[in-house]
Design a protein around this ligand. Structure first.
Ligand code: 293
Ligand code: CA
Length: 157
C-alpha cells in the first residue's frame, strides 16, 4: 500500500550505516588535513584559515596571490590569529585592506567596509600622503603604510 517493505528498510539501514562510517572517516581525514595545512604558521579561526607563503611582497603581489581570499578580518580573534603569524615570522604582515578608492575609508579586497580595526596610537596618519595599505605589527597593532613596501603576504581561505 505504498509502504516500504521490510527488506527495503533493512537495505536502507545498511546503507545509512555504511554512510555513517564513511562520514566518520572523512571527518577524521579533514581534521588531520586542517592541521597539515596550518603547519607551521597557519592559523585557523572557525571556518577561516589564515596563512602566509612566507614571501614578502608589495600589496599588488598580495592582491594577485589571494584575490579570492579577501583578507576579511572582523574579529579580535582573527586579529590575534594574524598577529601570531607576525610573531612566528618576526615580521610585519600586510592585511587585505586599503583606502585606495577613498582616502580614510578602509575596505577589504572584496569591497566591504572594514568594521573591526586595531590601529596603533596615532595611526592611520597617511604619512607623506602616500599610505593606503595596512600592516599589522608583531604587537598586533595596525599602521597604514605605502602599498609598494614589501611585507609578509597574508591569505585567507
Ligand atoms: C611618521 C611618524 C611616525 C610613524 C610613521 C608611520 C609610517 O614617520 O611616528 O611611526 O609616520 O606612520 O607609516
Ligand atoms: Ca602610517
Amino acid at each position: 500500500k505504498g509502504e516500504v517493505g521490510n527488506t527495503e528498510v533493512n537495505l536502507m539501514k545498511k546503507q545509512v550505516s555504511a554512510l555513517q562510517g564513511q562520514l566518520t572517516m572523512l571527518q577524521a581525514g579533514l581534521a588531520k588535513f586542517q592541521k597539515v595545512a596550518a603547519f607551521p604558521s597557519g592559523q585557523i579561526v572557525g571556518n577561516k584559515a589564515f596563512v602566509t607563503s612566507g614571501y614578502e611582497g608589495n600589496f599588488d603581489d598580495l592582491r594577485q596571490r589571494c584575490l579570492q581570499a579577501g583578507g576579511q578580518l572582523e574579529k579580535k580573534t582573527e586579529n590575534a590569529a594574524i598577529q601570531q603569524i607576525a610573531i612566528i615570522h618576526k615580521k610585519a604582515v600586510f592585511l587585505g585592506i586599503n583606502d585606495i578608492q577613498t582616502e580614510g575609508r578602509f575596505k577589504h579586497l572584496n569591497g566591504d567596509d572594514v568594521t573591526y580595526s586595531n590601529w596603533q596610537l596615532g595611526e592611520p596618519n597617511n604619512d607623506k600622503g602616500a599610505e593606503n595599505c595596512v600592516e599589522i605589527f608583531v604587537n598586533g597593532k595596525w599602521n597604514d603604510r605605502f602599498c609598494g613596501e614589501n611585507r609578509l603576504i597574508l591569505c585567507e581561505f
